[in-house]
Design a protein around this ligand. Structure first.
Ligand code: UDX
Length: 442
């Protein structure tokens, strides 16, 4: 059965969700206040790089199941199922999440609700938000108690957004047990195709659903910082963190995924989510429980400064007047996202220490230039490396893993490579005469 759906926010989360809900056969309208984004999406263009999304978008635009609007009135008339997929960035100068955009959706939408509706929040929010938004929506909506707010956190990874939306590991739905309503049955209709595939569907109360998401991200961040802490010890002891990760990862209780040491995690989620989690725990009087996340954050940020130090040592003690090639700017491969990107952060720090830095990334140049206009940008990996005293690989794009060390050697001044993601084959590079240095490996 097809549902009439509105999705608020057309960023990584919202645009993907809207397109994928149409793909499931629903009648969907995507809503955004940003007119430029809307017109791009209407033309079948995804405003960011996400493999596979454009096909889904185009297919569903032409089938007529998907359209976009900037009108809340249009959305309220169209849909009885609403998803909130707007951003919750870190507040300036604070750890807490900025809920302005999430609040604004409910403040604008609820007064237009003249028929029963369910609003599902998907954005990552501090625990307690769903309860508060439920009260707000019921107070503002002409239908009053006939509007329900439930929480349906999203776990999608950039680069795999379509796959993660259509075939997630699990679906989580938080409902208010004191207000039994239609939220669960409507969600079962919306996700019927996924439930047929026997994807686990966990129904919880509102605070648990909100916390599932924050806890998952806190765990992932901790796992990465754990292996990065081991990399520091490996560096000091002359051990190899990649082999260590392979060996401990064989233990099914530990698992090998998310144990790649390097310059650490970045992006629009993990860094700000662990900070918002600490801030919220503090408000709840449970700050002690999360003090370890401060250390997770510290280990992660230290990766960046240590990388800069390694580069400085590699070029003989001073970066002044050196030429540094940086391969990779996106916070991870298969993405054009540079939000809190470790790669770009390292590039910026090195430039501030007096080096001439040239950056190349297969997808993220445009976004990088907007954030760091004073770095030099190249149009290919080779161009970035011309005359370089040292080459840094900071995002593990496939293209960089496959670079021919012999070929690159012809363009650089010194055969010196620092692999900030342990993604190159040290034997290959050393055989080609390069001074190779990875992270946490001899
Ligand atoms: C993350 C969560 O994985 C996802 O479930 C949630 O919905 C949003 O946040 P995403 O930000 O897309 O997704 O990126 P992810 O693939 O998790 O990578 C995050 C960062 O960790 C990247 O900078 C990546 O380079 C880094 N990372 C990841 C490591 O440094 N080592 C690893 O082993 C894995």
């Amino acid at each position: 059965m097809s549902s009439r759906i509105a999705v608020f926010g057309t960023g990584y989360l919202g645009a993907t969700h809207a397109a994928c809900m149409a793909e499931l056969g629903h009648d969907v309208v995507g809503v955004d206040v940003d007119a430029a984004k809307i017109s791009k999406l209407e033309a079948g263009e995804v405003p960011f790089y996400e493999p596979g999304l454009e096909e889904v978008l185009k297919r569903n635009l032409s089938s007529g199941r998907l359209r976009f609007t900037s009108s809340y009135k249009d959305a309220a008339e169209h849909a009885d199922v609403h998803f909130i997929g707007v951003g919750t960035p870190q507040k300036k100068g604070e750890y807490a999440a900025d809920l302005t955009y999430v609040d604004a959706v409910v403040e604008q939408l609820a007064p237009l609700l003249t028929k029963p509706a369910v609003i599902y929040g998907k954005s990552t929010v501090p625990v307690g938000t769903a309860q508060r938004l439920g009260e707000l929506a019921r107070r503002l909506a002409p239908v009053g108690d006939e509007v329900e707010v439930a929480w349906n956190p999203e776990f999608l990874r950039e680069g795999y957004a379509v796959e993660d939306t259509l075939h997630p590991d699990r679906l989580v739905l938080g409902v208010d047990p004191k207000r039994p309503g239609r939220a669960e049955s409507v969600a079962r209709e919306v996700y019927a195709q996924l439930l047929d595939e026997e994807i686990p569907f966990l129904v919880t109360d509102l605070p648990t659903a909100e916390l599932v998401k924050t806890a998952a991200n806190a765990f992932l961040a901790t796992k990465i910082s754990f292996i990065n802490a081991m990399a520091e010890v490996c560096d000091a002891a002359g051990a190899d963190v990649t082999v260590l990760a392979d060996a401990i990862g064989r233990d099914a209780r530990i698992g090998r995924r998310f144990l790649n040491a390097g310059i650490g995690f970045g992006g629009g989620c993990l860094p700000k989510d662990i900070r918002a989690f600490m801030a919220r725990a503090g408000e709840l009087g449970a700050d002690q429980a999360l003090t370890f996340l401060r250390e997770v954050d510290n280990i992660n940020m230290r990766r960046r400064t240590q990388m800069v130090e390694h580069v400085r040592e590699a070029v003989g003690g001073s970066l002044l007047g050196t030429r540094v090639a940086v391969l990779g700017a996106a916070f991870k491969p298969d993405s054009d996202d540079v939000r809190d990107s470790p790669a770009l952060n390292v590039a910026g720090q090195i430039q501030l220490q007096g080096a001439a830095v040239t950056v190349y990334d297969p997808r993220a140049i445009e976004n990088s230039r907007a954030l760091f206009p004073t770095l030099n940008y190249a149009t290919s990996a080779i161009e970035a490396c011309v005359g370089a005293d040292v080459v840094l690989v900071l995002t593990e794009w496939k293209e960089f893993r496959e670079i021919e060390p012999d070929l690159l050697a012809k363009h650089v001044r010194e055969r010196r490579v620092l692999d900030g993601r342990n993604c190159l084959n040290p034997v290959r590079w050393r055989t080609a005469g390069w001074d190779y240095r990875g992270v946490g490996r001899p």
